[in-house]
Write a protein that binds this ligand. Structure first.
Ligand SMILES: [Zn+2]
Length: 240
């Protein structure tokens, strides 16, 4: 992680240098020295991004196989509301909102010198959070371990919607599960349940508010933790 942090800073600084050289170039129309500096910095930026991509993929491959492990590497204290964009950026992944994605695409991830996650604007913030977390799942579980470095996702494959369609594709299912697990960390659910006294309950509605996930995502995540029948959790789903 330390090396990735260092590369993140170097890339940010190089980008700043490029931006300021570009500004100077506007004022000093095609100054040859400035053009030369720009080319040098752009070459450096490309190389730094490629080095970071290699570093991130090998870090993930060797140190992270679950969302729990990733959260431990990223945060000193795991927060209740996980920001998947923040997690991705700490790993040196570029996250971009892209309204031009095809109607069938909710998000995609690929490598273009750097690792890129694109996601489509959605009606709800929670739905967007889930899309980013799902793509992050592909990067951690699939991209880091395989040769296929390009994943495009159709909306139908994501269970952020209440009408979850059980995907036949195990890769998509794995990314969905990863997304649910990172947005609703098991450790944080257990903390909440332990804080309840006697017959006190916490509702699924409140859990959705705390973790900023849809009912569908919460439902499937609790099932994966074998907690869907937990008596301390009051079922308040809109479909019940
Ligand atoms: Zn996917």
């Amino acid at each position: 992680m330390k090396y990735i942090e260092k590369l993140n800073k170097q890339i940010l600084n190089t980008q700043k240098m490029i931006d300021s050289t570009n500004e100077l170039l506007i004022k000093n129309n095609s100054d040859t020295m400035l053009v030369f500096m720009l080319q040098q910095d752009e070459g450096l930026l490309k190389t730094l991004k490629q080095v970071r991509t290699k570093e991130t993929l090998s870090f993930l491959k060797n140190n992270v196989s679950t969302s729990e492990q990733l959260l431990q590497k990223i945060y000193m204290v795991v927060p209740f509301e996980i920001n998947p964009i923040d997690v991705a950026q700490k790993l040196g992944i570029l996250v971009m909102k892209n309204s031009l994605l095809n109607d069938s695409e909710a998000g995609k991830c690929y490598i273009n010198d750097e690792i890129v996650i694109e996601y489509k604007p959605q009606f709800t913030h929670n739905r967007e959070r889930f899309s980013v977390a799902h793509e992050l799942g592909h990067v951690v579980k699939h991209m880091a371990h395989a040769n296929n470095t390009h994943y495009e996702d159709s909306t139908e494959l994501l269970y952020a919607r209440n009408d979850y369609i059980d995907s036949l594709n195990p890769i998509e299912k794995e990314a969905d599960e990863f997304a649910g697990n990172i947005l609703v960390p098991k450790q944080k659910i257990l903390e909440l349940l332990h804080s309840l006294e006697g017959s006190e309950q916490i509702s699924t509605k409140l859990l959705c508010d705390i973790f900023k996930v849809s009912e569908g995502a919460l439902y499937h995540t609790l099932s994966s933790y074998r907690m869907s029948q937990n008596l301390k959790i009051k079922k308040e789903y809109s479909w019940v």
